[in-house]
Design a protein around this ligand. Structure first.
Ligand code: SF4
Length: 228
């Protein structure tokens, strides 16, 4: 694949992050189905709350498609309460599980039978599954080479002048997928590393002076500290 200037820059950012933070071992889950559950539960909440909800599901022996499908929705909502928006998320878990059971017999690996664009469309048709959730499921549960874009990705690229404010999800995703090799392992690690830098340095008020990506800030960036 011929490398573009953008591709070289994206790879350079990736290498810096990898050297600095090391492998992130995403997604933290014991099964592919647990990844899917986590992808729904993590919507609008911190991961620590997702872990509590997952622990409750595991303790109740419901962390499998049949379990989620058969448990009454109200009880499911009570169990996942720590993850917030629990009524809505219980309904979403039910929807995604039903989809998995109906189309793939509850076996996440069987999703591989379907071509990536088609499977992505199928996931997006499930109520409550947006682009970020669909791509997280595809990449982290299905090992499919699609790039996950989240608020941290957007923030880092915007601050580095690589995208404009309000750039659409699909455009940001294309930036990575057009200029980088189509490689699920690379996409897996890259997204996880962007989350790491976002949580550590690229917060609402960025700490660029200590950040491994400082070297890439464009000249004149308002985020570069000025000499005294
Ligand atoms: S903290 Fe600063 S240097 Fe680091 S990614 Fe954000 S904008 Fe870039």
């Amino acid at each position: 694949m011929p490398q573009t200037a953008t591709g070289r820059r994206l790879l350079s950012l990736y290498r810096r992050l990898f050297r600095y933070f090391g492998p992130q071992h995403w997604w933290p889950a014991r099964s592919r189905f647990e990844v899917i559950v986590g992808a729904i539960l993590t919507q609008n909440t911190a991961w620590i709350n997702v872990e509590r909800a997952i622990t409750a599901l595991r303790a109740a022996r419901l962390l499998n498609p049949r379990g989620i499908d058969s448990v009454p929705q109200k009880h499911l909502a009570t169990l996942i309460r720590p993850a917030g928006y629990y009524n809505m998320k219980a309904e979403r878990l039910k929807h995604v599980t039903r989809f998995l059971l109906t189309h793939y017999g509850g076996n996440v690996r069987r999703m591989r039978r379907t071509a990536l664009p088609e499977l992505r469309e199928e996931l997006l048709e499930i109520s409550g599954v947006g682009e970020e959730t669909a791509d997280s499921i595809l990449l982290y549960a299905g090992d499919r080479p699609t790039f996950v874009v989240d608020a941290y990705t957007r923030r880092v690229l915007e601050r580095h002048g690589m995208i404009a404010a309000n750039t659409r999800y699909g455009e940001i995703q294309r930036l990575f997928m057009t200029h980088l090799p189509t490689d699920a392992t690379l996409f897996n690690e890259y997204h996880a590393l962007l989350v790491a830098v976002g949580k550590t340095y690229c917060r609402r008020t960025p700490n660029c002076d200590s950040c491994p990506l400082r070297y890439d800030l464009p000249e004149g960036s308002p985020f570069l500290s000025r000499p005294e």
